[in-house]
Design a protein around this ligand. Sequence first.
Ligand SMILES: [Zn+2]
Length: 108
Amino acid sequence: MYSIKIPDKIQIGGHYFSVVVDEGLSSDGNRAKVDYRRLVISIHPNRKDSIKSEAIIHEVLHAINTVYLNNQIDSEDIIEPLAEGLWQVFEQLGIEFDFGALPDETKK
Ligand SMILES: [Zn+2]
């Protein structure tokens, strides 16, 4: 396995999105979300690694869609399978994501 440490900042276009873990996401049922106003991608810490890995790809695709495509993709029915497909290929190539270094925003 090749382990890729997810950094606490990811550049998308001219923007730097902070990446954090946040247990508070469970209250609205999400495993992850992207906040364009604050430029923050939040990941729920208590999910299986494969779920978190697909979820961060999913949120990055949303951000790419906003930054580069002016939100031309307006459906989860497109984002979701793209994210799942990309994660499946990464996983098959022996790539895993390490979320261990991300700051915890749960109690902020
Ligand atoms: Zn989505």
